[in-house]
Design a protein around this ligand. Structure first.
Ligand code: BGC
Length: 423
C-alpha cells in the first residue's frame, strides 16, 4: 500500500483570537456589545436537542472570548502535547492587533512573543505554517472601515513586510497571508452575522477585491524578503450535490459550486500552494426558505445522516471529490483544516479515520497532498457561537485551563505513526 510521502506534514491548527486570550480587536469589542443579544437569540437559532445539550448557549458569558484557552501563556505546554501526539507541524496565526495596536506603532514585545512561538515549534521539530490574518482587525483598522477602505490594503502590507523582515531567518517556509477570505466576506458583509455585521453586496464586493489584491501583493513582498518561502491560500470548500435528478437543479448546483468553491482559486493570481479546509456537505434544491441566501436556492445538511453538534452534515467522501478537483490547479495541496464539533469523542475518532482515508485515496491517485492539519488542537472560541462547540483533540476545562487529550488524540497519533490509514 502506498503510504503518505516522506516528510508529509501531520499536525493541527489553531487561530490567534480563538485560543490566545486577552486580545483587543474588532472581535473582542463586538463580543462585548453582542453577548446579551446572542444569548437571547439562542432559543430561535438552535434546535431543541442542541439547547438541551448545550445550555450555555443561553449564557452571555459563552460569547465573550476573554481568556480563551490562554494559549498566549501556555503555548509551550500545548506544543509539548502536540509533539507527544506525533505532530511534526502546526498551523497558527499571528494577531495583527497585538503586533500593531496603533497605526505604525509596532510592539517589539509582541514581535518577540511570536518569535518565541515560532522557535518553540521549531525546537520540537514542528514545521510552522503561519497565517498572517485570521478575520480579526486592529481597532484602528476597524474604525476606518476595515477592508472596505482601500487604505487597509496599504496598512496590511506594511504589517506583512514588518513580520517577514523580522522572521525571514527563523526557518518558516509556509506562509498564508489570510484565512478564508471568502468566509470572512460572507459572514461579515453578506449574511452579516460577524463584525462589522453589514449586509450589502456592493460593499462585500469592494472589501473582497481589496483583500484579494492585498494577498496578491503580500505574495510578492514575502517572496522578495524570503525567496524560498511558499505562500499559499487557505480556502473553505463545501461539497455540494443536487438534491434531485432534474437538469435545472444539476446546473444550478454546478454554478453554485463554481461560485462558492472554485471562483476564488481562479481569481487569485499568485500562490504556491492551496490549503483546503473541509467540514461540511450540502444538497441543493429549489425551494423558498427564510434562511436562503441565494433567492429560491436552498442548501440543506442532508447528504448523510451524520451531523456534528453544530448540525453540519458530515460526509468524509466529499473530501476526496474536492481534492481531486483541486488537483487541476497544479499546485501543492495541504488540508489546512478539517474537523468536527463533537462532545462525543467517538465521533471525532470516526471522523479522523474516514477523512484521512479519503485524503489517502486522493493521494494514491496522484493528488499532490503535502500535509494534513486537524481542526483543532484544542477546544476553542468558535466565533459568534462562543465556547460550546468542541473541536479539540485536546479538551479544555475553561475554569481551570486544564488540558486533557481526548481518546481521538491517540487515534490520530496512531495514524501519524503509521503514516496513514491501515488498509
Ligand atoms: C475557520 C475556523 C473555524 C472553523 C470551524 C473554519 O472555517 O477557519 O476559524 O473555527 O471553520 O467553524
Amino acid at each position: 500500500m502506498n503510504k503518505f510521502p516522506k516528510g508529509f506534514l501531520w499536525g493541527a491548527a489553531t487561530a490567534s483570537h480563538q485560543v490566545e486570550g486577552g486580545n483587543t480587536n474588532s472581535w473582542s469589542e463586538w463580543e462585548k456589545k453582542n453577548a446579551e443579544k446572542l444569548a437571547s437569540e439562542a432559543d430561535d437559532k438552535w434546535k431543541d436537542w442542541q439547547l438541551k445539550k448545550f445550555p450555555e448557549m443561553k449564557d452571555p458569558q459563552n460569547y465573550i472570548s476573554g481568556k480563551a484557552c490562554d494559549f498566549y501563556n501556555r503555548y509551550e505546554q500545548d506544543f509539548d502535547l502536540a509533539k507527544s501526539g506525533g505532530h511534526n507541524a502546526h498551523r497558527l496565526s499571528i494577531e495583527w492587533s497585538r503586533v500593531e495596536p496603533e497605526e505604525g506603532k509596532f510592539d517589539e514585545k509582541e514581535i518577540e512573543h511570536y518569535r518565541n512561538v515560532i522557535r518553540a515549534m521549531k525546537a520540537r521539530g514542528m514545521e510552522p505554517m503561519i497565517t498572517l490574518w485570521w478575520w480579526t482587525n486592529p481597532l484602528w483598522i476597524e474604525n476606518i472601515g476595515a477592508w472596505e477602505n482601500k487604505k487597509t490594503k496599504k496598512y496590511f502590507l506594511e504589517y506583512i513586510e514588518r513580520i517577514i523582515k523580522e522572521f525571514k531567518d527563523e526557518g518558516v517556509k509556509l506562509w498564508i497571508p489570510g484565512n478564508e477570505p471568502g468566509t470572512y466576506i460572507g459572514m461579515s458583509y453578506v449574511i452579516g452575522e460577524h463584525p462589522p455585521m453589514i449586509r450589502n453586496l456592493w460593499k462585500a464586493d469592494k472589501a473582497f477585491k481589496n483583500i484579494l489584491s492585498a494577498f496578491d501583493d503580500a505574495y510578492d513582498i514575502i517572496h522578495a524578503h524570503q525567496p524560498d518561502a511558499q505562500v499559499g491560500l487557505s480556502h473553505y470548500a463545501r461539497y455540494m450535490l443536487p438534491k434531485t435528478d432534474g437538469l435545472v437543479i444539476k446546473y444550478i448546483t454546478k454554478l453554485l459550486d463554481y461560485i462558492k468553491n472554485w471562483r476564488f482559486l481562479e481569481t487569485c493570481k499568485k500562490y504556491d500552494f492551496i490549503g483546503i479546509q473541509y467540514y461540511r456537505a450540502n444538497s441543493v434544491e429549489l425551494k423558498f426558505s427564510k434562511s436562503n441566501i441565494w433567492g429560491p436556492i436552498k442548501e440543506e445538511d442532508d447528504v448523510t445522516d451524520w451531523h456534528s453538534d453544530m448540525d453540519w452534515c458530515v460526509y468524509p467522501e466529499g473530501m476526496y471529490h474536492l481534492l481531486k478537483k483541486t488537483a487541476k490547479y497544479g499546485k501543492d495541496i495541504y488540508i489546512s483544516e478539517n474537523g468536527i464539533a463533537a462532545v462525543d469523542d467517538k465521533e471525532r475518532e470516526k471522523f479522523l479515520k474516514e477523512n484521512i482515508f479519503y485524503v489517502q485515496k486522493a493521494m494514491q491517485e496522484g493528488v499532490p497532498i503535502k500535509g494534513y492539519f486537524h481542526w483543532s488542537l484544542l477546544d476553542n472560541f468558535e466565533w459568534d457561537k462562543g465556547f460550546w462547540p468542541r473541536f479539540g483533540l485536546i479538551e479544555i476545562d475553561y475554569k481551570t485551563m486544564e488540558r486533557k487529550p481526548r481518546p481521538s488524540f491517540y487515534v490520530y497519533k496512531e495514524i501519524i505513526e503509521n503514516n496513514g490509514i491501515k488498509e
